[in-house]
Write a protein that binds this ligand. Sequence first.
Ligand SMILES: Nc1ncnc2c1ncn2[C@@H]1O[C@H](COP(=O)(O)OP(=O)(O)OP(=O)(O)O)[C@@H](O)[C@H]1O
Ligand SMILES: [K+]
Ligand SMILES: [Mg+2]
Length: 674
Amino acid sequence: MAARKHSFFDREIMTQAAFDSIKKLNPRSMAKNPVMFVTEVAAVITTTVGLILSAGSEPLAFTLQVTLWLWFTVLFANFAEALAEGRGKAQAGALRKTRTQTVANRLRSDGSMEKTPADELRKEDLVLVSAGEIIPADGEIIQGVATVDESAITGESAPVIREAGGDRSAVTGGTRVLSDWIKVRVTADPGESFLDRMIGLVEGASRRKTPNEIALTILLSALTVIFLVAIMTFKLFGMYSNVIFSVTVLVALLVCLIPTTIGGLLSAIGIAGIDRLVQKNVLAMSGRAVEAAGDVDVLLLDKTGTITLGDRQATEFLPAEGVRVEELADAAQLASLTDETPEGRSIVILAKKYGLRGRSITEMPHAEFISFSAKTRMSGVDLEARKIRKGAAEAMRDFISSPFPPEVESAVKTVSQKGGTPLVVADSKRVLGVVHLKDIVKGGLKDRFERFRAMGIKTVMITGDNQLTAAAIAKEAGVDDFLAEARPEDKLALIRKEQASGRLVAMTGDGTNDAPALAQADVGVAMNTGTQAAKEAGNMVDLDSNPTKLIEIVEIGKQMLMTRGALTTFSVANDVAKYFAIIPAMLVNAFPVIGPLNLMRLGSPASAILSAVIFNALIIIALIPLALRGVRFRPLDASVLLRRNLLIYGLGGLAAPFVGIKLIDLLVNALHLV
Ligand SMILES: Nc1ncnc2c1ncn2[C@@H]1O[C@H](COP(=O)(O)OP(=O)(O)OP(=O)(O)O)[C@@H](O)[C@H]1O
Ligand SMILES: [K+]
Ligand SMILES: [Mg+2]
């Protein structure tokens, strides 16, 4: 995306965030965050009751400073949220600029063409887009092949191929056709386009609290109520023992004790998580999906294209006994003439090496081509009585309804054991031989899967390919498990089975036949190049269409959950420590017996309270970078991580206030602030 280079801490974003944090003081927007709302009410009380009405016995300088720092506390929390939103807003601005007004060539039902403004196009309209033109709306190519510049959406300048029929048929409004022409069926009404949704997503307009965030907010609210009650009993206790606590002191104490640190940073953490995905070119349709990614137990990966390069190439023809290799090559080519898959194209090319000239389908008016589908696992052509087919061994065995000759059977086996895909070719009932399709396992996968294992996540490869090939590739790639000979419905069934045993499942896919599984998975990552159906079914879209991105997605999700956990731990530990820091200081004059509890020896009760309030505000600012960037991620088992984090952030949260408040108190006293 155009504005990708921004950091959270760019001057422009910081300035905008500073303004926004004032705008966010609006009680209506504060009410979404109960802890900070209470803090704002506290600031209003000290401002009105303490300052304007000068109620209470405190010196004005003290009330004034406490009031100021309470307002800062609220502003700092707002600033954290505004900063988290900043990068997305900048990106949304850049995206809006690409939403230029274009004129579309709409096809009327009689086949003639008319010029129509793009924003008048509706679902099901047909448009023609030629080289140099902007695609006026989201749609599905129904005719033609073209190269498309999608840099407006993906930030990636290399052109991509989009074509009718296959798994690369979806086009996005706002992108540009570079060569050739396409006929597109519009799939989105104005205002509901991918670009519109993307703008809404990156600027956080459609962000809703996730179930976990709601649960945490409820917990934090409960803590707030408990402390509110505690402070009121404190007041009663003061009245009973003739110590007078002013409104300012009680309010200051309350704010120090309620979980303002996590309360102030919670939404920033969530927004930053989604934003980190956007930086990786992944659009998460909901915060819930990001959270689920962090908790995933099982990853389902396609073999072809995900684990392997996916550009399966025919490398060899292995004829059956009594069949010349030219004859096999000829039949394989015939069966592949209209097969636009990489496999099909490579067969046509390899066949040419056997002296076969390139055939044209126009020479064969009576030919009826049967295209490949993941369900039938074969493709071919009917030439009057001849039925030429090529396909997976299992499917072909069913097709000829008899066993293969032994040498064909063993060729299938040899190819498979090498991790190749054997395609059996037959002319009606006669088996001609085997085509060896070679695919290459992507580099660096073993390490990545090792990372998953370290996190306790199981990786499962699913493939339509046969058992032997699947086993060979699974071993080479280092996945934990595999499912071979899988049809689309088997993928769906596998996901349901894993979910039924309480596991969260993630998967990637691009094809229309992946759509049900993408919808069923807890995290369904659709490839941007994929079909419209796949993109609508998943809850994330990868603009780079890189299936191994799932690994980064899981890491970002985990990092987001860990950051939230770490800062919650820190916040609560912090508040407990503050209790011991301030209360003894406040009471030690009236009750000298508690002297030994007064560990910190702060200057005076007034300086103790002011220092605690200042610390409480500054800790939010200090933790903003951690909240936005996330805690450092290591691929460790969940329970190990939990223990580590409890140790670091729990102990850190306990120690920080003692050190921080003591230092601030020294400064407050040195400068005679109270
Ligand atoms: N163009 C084709 N023509 C005929 N048969 C094919 C063609 N492409 C693949 N096949 C056969 O059909 C099988 C199933 O294909 P499918 O696309 O479902 O799975 P896959 O590509 O092998 O694996 P994955 O599920 O990882 O994509 C393949 O293993 C292969 O044997
Ligand atoms: K607090
Ligand atoms: Mg496939």
